[in-house]
Design a protein around this ligand. Structure first.
Ligand SMILES: Nc1ncnc2c1ncn2[C@@H]1O[C@H](COP(=O)(O)OP(=O)(O)OP(=O)(O)O)[C@@H](O)[C@H]1O
Ligand SMILES: [Mg+2]
Length: 283
């Protein structure tokens, strides 16, 4: 672990670049956030980006399950000052790093400002070590989830083409737009039969959002419904690795490449962790 820590620090000093943070969220549960987050992270890492994945699902953290990893420590240990960030990170396939979240964000909200400053110092190590931080969140909008999403540079709201999921995606976007009208939010259509279905459902959702909320949302892309996704979960292996040529893997690969385009990135001025501490103490 010491080796891993020093390797990460060396990489950090070699190339200091702004970390891009992307929160993956949804209104309704079970729409594929974790599957998308894990496999998107793997595909982006496979394309040569330095990617970390924060498991921000405080109740039911399961990024590690999908990757077959067993975390001993979590973000809570960092928040409580017992561990360094580099000591809790796990390395998955393709050089993807995983940060087990547990109840770290909850604990963050309870810190004094001196403790917060110390914590930010530790978490600041991530800036420069990675190009992209993906955050897998729990469904719905609890204050913890909201603080993660609002702190991120952008949010991807995952929905499937079913009325309940679409209505819940709308509700999340409504809450986000109330807190930050300038928030960059995109829609990812998962479990669709084809691109035309994805675009059709997106356009209708976009129309309603423009009309009632007066905000803009982007179309992030689509992932096809594919039985390989479920089969891979049973084997505790990510589908993009188990079945790289399956429909779901190919559609997600396309999405990963378009998302990584530099034109897609509009960084915020303050670093992610500072924004997270801010939002977790005000919400
Ligand atoms: N493109 C897909 N095609 C087929 N099945 C899929 C696809 N994406 C996800 N699934 C399946 O949907 C189920 C839910 O996926 P997942 O756990 O990733 O959702 P989630 O949004 O993270 O759920 P939760 O809200 O509980 O965190 C899983 O059984 C997964 O295998
Ligand atoms: Mg999940």
């Amino acid at each position: 672990m010491q080796d891993q820590a020093s390797k990460l620090r060396r990489t950090a000093t070699a190339t200091a670049k702004r970390l891009r943070t992307i929160a993956i969220t949804s209104g309704k549960g079970g729409v594929g956030k974790t599957s998308v987050a894990v496999n998107l992270g793997l595909l982006m890492a496979g394309d040569g980006h330095r990617v970390a994945l924060l498991d921000g699902d405080m109740g039911l953290a399961n990024v590690d399950v999908l990757l077959g990893l067993t975390p001993k420590f979590t973000l809570r240990h960092v928040v409580e000052g017992q561990k360094d960030l580099s000591e809790i990170m796990l390395q998955g396939p393709n050089g993807l790093y995983v940060i087990p979240g547990s109840r770290g964000v909850e604990a963050m909200a309870q810190l004094s400002s001196a403790e917060q400053a110390q914590l930010l110092n530790r978490l600041g190590q991530l800036e420069g070590m990675f190009d992209i931080l993906l955050i897998d969140t729990a469904a719905g909008i609890s204050p913890n989830v909201l603080s993660l999403i609002l702190a991120a540079d952008e949010a991807i709201v995952v929905t499937v083409p079913e009325p309940t999921s679409i209505t819940d995606a709308y509700a999340v976007i409504k809450i986000l737009s109330r807190h930050r009208a300038d928030h960059r939010t995109g829609i990812l259509m998962n479990m669709v039969e084809g691109v035309s279905q994805a675009e059709e459902v997106f356009k209708e959702l976009q129309r309603v959002i423009r009309h009632f909320l007066n905000v803009e949302v982007g179309f992030v892309g689509h992932v096809l419904r594919d039985e390989c996704v479920g089969r891979a979960v049973c084997e505790q292996k990510p589908f993009s690795i188990c079945f790289p040529y399956a429909r779901a893997s190919r559609s997600l690969q396309e999405l990963a490449r378009s998302l990584a385009e530099p034109s897609q990135y509009a960084p915020q001025s303050e670093a992610f962790w500072g924004r997270m501490v801010h939002w977790s103490s005000v919400l």
